[in-house]
Design a protein around this ligand. Sequence first.
Ligand SMILES: Cc1cc2nc3c(=O)[nH]c(=O)nc-3n(C[C@H](O)[C@H](O)[C@H](O)COP(=O)(O)OP(=O)(O)OC[C@H]3O[C@@H](n4cnc5c(N)ncnc54)[C@H](O)[C@@H]3O)c2cc1C
Length: 231
Amino acid sequence: MGATDFGLQIAKQFGHKSINFKPALVPLIFSQTDIEYYFKDLSGLSVDAVVACNNQSFRERILITHRGISGPAILQISSYWQKGDKITINLLPDLDASDWLLAMQNTHLKTLLKTTLSTYFSKRLATRLADTLTDKNLANTSINQIKKTDLSDLGKQLNHWTLAPSGTEGMRTAEVCVGGVDTRELSSKTMESNRQQGLYFIGETVDVTGWLGGYNFQWAWSSGWVAGQYV
Ligand SMILES: Cc1cc2nc3c(=O)[nH]c(=O)nc-3n(C[C@H](O)[C@H](O)[C@H](O)COP(=O)(O)OP(=O)(O)OC[C@H]3O[C@@H](n4cnc5c(N)ncnc54)[C@H](O)[C@@H]3O)c2cc1C
């Protein structure tokens, strides 16, 4: 909307400590190799999942894009993700996937693995997961011909798929930023700088970041309102 780092430049000018600024609530991107292997031709598909990173997790939908993954669960976790971190995705959060697959092996002998996985995923995603998660191209194999160790391995991957994003889509698509003026240097009553009388910081310029759900608007409006009472 035309926002710039103008507020942070002013903060710096008056000697404020600024917490490093980085895009947040933003889609994650992956290397070309990962995109070709896991996501190619699946863009637009979404699935309910638990995404975790740095002791935080969110259960919402994830959405496959041309450059990686997005969707509410990914946007949320992006605020906690640092360059070099891995994320884990539980694609079947209500199920021990290994137990389920081993049980299916006993009852659905000749069913292809991709058909079994289609119980929970779209056909295209089921095929890709069956082929790539164990690295053994098992999609078109009957479930009774797959080794128990491979099925169990696939189940573990479905519950704990570990991926290494190469970055974020950056400021172009980020909804907010993590970082900004340190809250310890502002009055919590008026938002006035404790380094310079008459200087106030509100909204995105302050090191306050909300989850998805309107908290960032709320913060911008509320901090603006309290500052407005004193200016
Ligand atoms: C695509 C998108 C979707 C979002 N969705 C949500 C949502 O659903 N819920 C939610 O809570 N938050 C959402 N946000 C985040 C929310 O918009 C921001 O947190 C909020 O707008 C921050 O308010 P602000 O007043 O601090 O900054 P801004 O809204 O960025 O306002 C800063 C203003 O300062 C102006 N400006 C910059 N430099 C100068 C200058 N030198 N002189 C004069 N003016 C200047 C800019 O033009 C801009 O109008 C979304 C953000 C984006 C980008």
